[in-house]
Design a protein around this ligand. Structure first.
Ligand code: KIV
Length: 273
């Protein structure tokens, strides 16, 4: 991907060619930079920040100002990747007008390429249309909706009894102008049929093998949290262990006087680098 900027058109063309779209979250400059180097097509500055970085139980308290600041860092780190700002809870629910105002902030202040919002009901579709009409690409998000946790009571896999509703939602999102949609925690067979029916690329998380692309929370796939092991997750590293070991070594080196060593200290002329 190096040098060529990924746009929403690129993502649409990849779906048409049957090429899988690779997406990940990122919340900071160095991670975004490494993701772009690795060839990730789409980076979501997710409101999962609130759980992955801030240590909270839900995404509900994610703050618009904080996400915009992190989105800026991510875009700086990944200038050629499609960067999507995730609209936090409260930033689009009140009205179409507030939704457009906050979507504009992601584009104008953070340099994002698009925004994402959750839901496929009438209100969500109205927000998507209003934002798209203002010239901003929107990614939908259906299936499990983390921002609706207070209504739902728990995070559950979405099953076949919701298929008809989900098929309507993906069709409504497409008609409203969304350029793609996240399918979260949906039985594989159901997600497959939604993806087949969809004219826009579907990006799955816990939605099986047949969506047009996949997304994971980067902290989860890097194994930052040793206790988080849901079925849909594959860990590509065990950073929890790596970082714990490094920290333990640092603590014992400083406590025991092994750091700084001879090679780490400044002395007279000629030894200052
Ligand atoms: O906030 C987020 O990271 C997300 C992904 C799980 C799709 O919405």
């Amino acid at each position: 991907m190096s040098g060529k900027r990924v746009s929403v058109k690129t993502i649409a063309a990849m779906k048409d060619r049957g090429e899988r779209i690779v997406a990940l979250t990122a919340y900071d400059y160095p991670t975004a930079r490494m993701e772009e180097m690795a060839g990730v097509h789409l980076i979501l500055v997710g409101d999962s920040f609130q759980m992955a970085v801030m240590g909270k139980e839900t995404t509900l308290g994610a703050d618009m100002n904080v996400l915009v600041a992190h989105c800026r860092a991510v875009k700086d780190g990944a200038p050629n990747t499609l960067v999507v700002g995730d609209m936090p809870f409260g930033s689009y629910q009140p009205s179409d007008e507030i939704a457009v105002q906050n979507a504009v902030r992601f584009i104008a202040e953070a340099g994002a390429d698009a925004v994402k919002l959750e839901g496929g009901n009438q209100a969500a579709i109205s927000r998507v249309k209003a934002i798209v009409d203002s010239g901003i690409p929107v990614m939908g998000h259906i299936g499990l909706l983390p921002q609706s946790i207070r209504r739902e009571g728990s995070y559950r896999v979405v099953r076949a009894d919701s298929e008809e509703m989900l098929l309507k939602q993906i069709s409504d999102l497409e008609k409203a102008g969304a350029f793609s949609a996240v399918l979260e925690m949906i039985e594989e067979d159901v997600a497959t049929r939604i993806s087949e029916a969809s004219g826009i690329p579907t990006i799955g998380i816990g939605a099986g093998r047949n969506t047009h692309g996949q997304i994971l929370v980067v902290n989860d796939m890097l194994g930052m949290n040793g206790d988080f092991n849901p079925k849909f997750l594959k860990k590509y590293a065990d950073l929890h262990t790596v970082i714990r070991e490094a920290l333990n070594n640092y603590v014992s080196d400083v406590a025991g006087g092994a750091f700084p060593g001879e090679e780490n200290v400044f002395k007279g002329k000629g030894n200052n680098r």
